[in-house]
Design a protein around this ligand. Structure first.
Ligand code: ISL
Ligand code: CA
Length: 557
């Protein structure tokens, strides 16, 4: 078989666990998760069997966007601890045989970063050109661009009379990557952390660092503006290649690039083996499956067939050319079991099915904290109980436009980012074992029934199912390097595929609240390896009848 799928690598065999530090574990009773909290829970993380930790931003930040607005790339946010705490955590992670990757947020900084403070100081400041400044046009913003979290992408600086570009909130000014000093500055930041010994980066909205032009967007829909104007600018791949040559190629590290605008057609430009850019990317085709023209607050229905087709198409696009990343949730989306499973009638089997999908498709699996417990979406009734700046800004926008605000709250409960950001549910004690004081964001209402402590005691729990699956993936490298061959591709709800290499594994999932039957051509004797139901069918099966959300890993002899 061809190239990339075969070449062995730790980041292909690895399983990533994503930590949102603010919500993982509070060690000093201020209601905010921190680095020492993560240190306290390293044995728990290790017990999952995962091998790579992805830490969301922990750098110094005014926290307008929870750490994605960085004011000093070389310092730790004081709420999270100190550089000594970080160094100890790094050492312990390595001592336990795990690795750690960090978030690199390089499209923008905080407006409190010294580069920006200097840049906005005067028109002729040496760092003026570190950011993107434009003159007003007819006393107005330079163009009609909309920011990701609503409003214009332009903010007027009264002191110098120019506007600066911010693709996200106004406290996140975009860096000017055309300036080689900016690029060198970011390379130095990367080296600083890599020289400390970290094992790689997840690169935040890396697809939008090269700006195409600054003309009006002719597109009505925001997603078109993003994919056709903001993302994939003319020098993007040049910048990524340069970063690889100058920095990444000198270390044994992994990289995963994030951002809108990555599509089936251009994916291999980022991860093609011959490109020397990135190892992996996060595309959003399945994550935006329910986004209408106006994005997440304009939700649309989707079918299970669409969902499964996206994974099939992506495996084909990367086959032999690049390596995939498999994820169903992160800190930017609602809980995966609430979106793609059924968190009411079938929470247990559907959470286990989605876990099986993560561990058996081709690509490196990423688990988001709490998903290993089957954590579900939250239920909030008042706007002031939300933290997320995206929710707050969009609420104001709806309010100004006279739109239905009750509907907005209900969409935020279903789709908003805060769902993923409530504190980790460790036990049933008053603050869920996360902290001894009131947490920065209220716990999800389910924490008394869904928590680590309860699931540790139950050999059948979702948590223990994750452990079993992870161990199985580590013992069966066919799940990493084997082929991916879909059967009965047109089935509306059953997703079934072979993974073949040293052994032949058939994985079947019924993505449905109903029973469904899979017809197997050329049946061979099948033995159950892992199943989320008792007494699943095995043997010589022609018609495989699957119960709601039943998911089975078979081995053929
Ligand atoms: O998730 C998205 C929209 O719902 C994507 O369009 C987009 O890639 C995402 O908003 C970018 O997210 C990343 O950068 C943001 C930060 O707020 C997110 O937490 C981070 O993951 C700005 O740094
Ligand atoms: Ca704390």
């Amino acid at each position: 078989m061809k190239g990339i799928q075969k070449s062995k690598n730790w980041w292909k065999e690895g399983i990533v666990y994503q930590i949102y530090p603010r919500s993982f574990k509070d060690s000093n009773e201020d209601g905010i998760g921190d680095l020492n909290g993560i240190l306290e829970k390293l044995d728990y993380i290790k017990s999952l069997g995962v091998s790579i930790i992805w830490l969301c931003p922990v750098y110094e930040s005014p926290n307008k966007d929870n750490g994605y607005d960085i004011s000093d790339y070389r310092a730790i946010m004081s709420e999270f601890g100190s550089m000594d705490d970080f160094d100890r955590l790094l050492e312990e992670i390595h001592a336990k045989g795990m690795r750690i990757i960090m978030d690199l947020v390089a499209n923008h900084t905080s407006d409190q970063h010294e580069w920006f403070l200097e840049s906005k100081n005067s028109l002729d400041n040496p760092r003026r050109d570190y950011y993107i400044w434009k003159d007003p046009i007819n006393d107005n913003a330079p163009n009609n661009w909309k920011a990701f979290f609503s409003g214009s992408t332009w903010e007027l600086d009264p002191q110098t009379g120019q506007y600066y570009l911010h693709s996200f909130i106004k406290e996140q000014p975009d860096l000017n990557w055309e300036n080689s000093e900016v690029r060198r500055g970011i390379h130095e930041v990367m080296k600083y952390w890599l020289d400390k010994g970290i094992d790689g980066f997840r690169m935040d909205v890396i697809t939008i660092i090269s700006k195409r032009h600054f003309n009006d967007s002719p597109y009505k829909s925001f997603s078109d503006t993003v994919s056709k104007i903001y993302a994939n600018g003319p020098r993007l791949h040049e910048f990524l290649h340069e970063m690889n040559v100058e920095v990444l190629s000198k270390y044994d590290v992994m990289t995963v690039g994030e951002g809108p605008g990555i599509s089936l057609d251009n994916a291999t430009e980022f991860v093609g083996e011959d490109r020397a850019e990135l190892n992996m990317i996060f595309h959003f085709d399945h994550m935006f499956i329910d986004h209408g023209e106006d994005g997440r607050f304009d939700p649309i229905p989707f079918s299970k067939k669409q969902f499964k087709d996206i994974f099939i198409a992506w495996d084909r696009a990367l086959e032999g050319k690049g390596w995939g990343s498999i994820f169903l949730g992160n800190h930017d989306f609602a809980r995966m079991v609430s979106r793609f499973g059924n968190d009411k009638l079938h929470r247990d089997p559907s959470a286990k099915l989605l876990a099986t999908l993560l561990m058996t498709m081709r690509g490196t699996p990423y688990i988001y904290q709490g998903d290993e417990l089957g954590m579900v979406n939250n239920q909030i009734d008042r706007i002031d109980q939300f933290d997320d700046v995206e929710i707050q800004n969009t609420y104001q926008d709806w309010k100004n436009k006279g739109k239905d605000l009750d509907k907005f709250i209900s969409i935020s409960n279903e789709k908003g980012r805060d769902n993923a950001r409530t504190p980790m549910q460790w036990d049933a004690s008053p603050n869920g074992g996360f902290s001894s004081t009131k947490p920065w964001l209220n716990l999800n209402h389910t924490y008394k029934n869904i928590n680590v402590s309860l699931q540790e005691q139950d050999s059948n729990s979702i948590l223990n199912y994750y452990r079993k699956l992870i161990q199985y993936r580590k013992d069966h490298l066919t799940l990493v390097y084997g082929t991916f061959e879909v059967i009965q591709e047109n089935h509306e709800t059953i997703f079934a595929y072979w993974r073949k290499e040293d052994e032949n594994l058939l994985i079947v999932h019924n993505l449905s609240d109903d029973k469904n039957t899979l017809f197997i051509d050329d049946p061979v004797p099948l033995k159950i390896e892992i199943s989320n139901y008792q007494d699943s069918q095995e043997g010589h099966i022609e018609h495989l009848s699957l119960r709601p959300w039943e998911s089975i890993i078979y081995r053929a002899n």
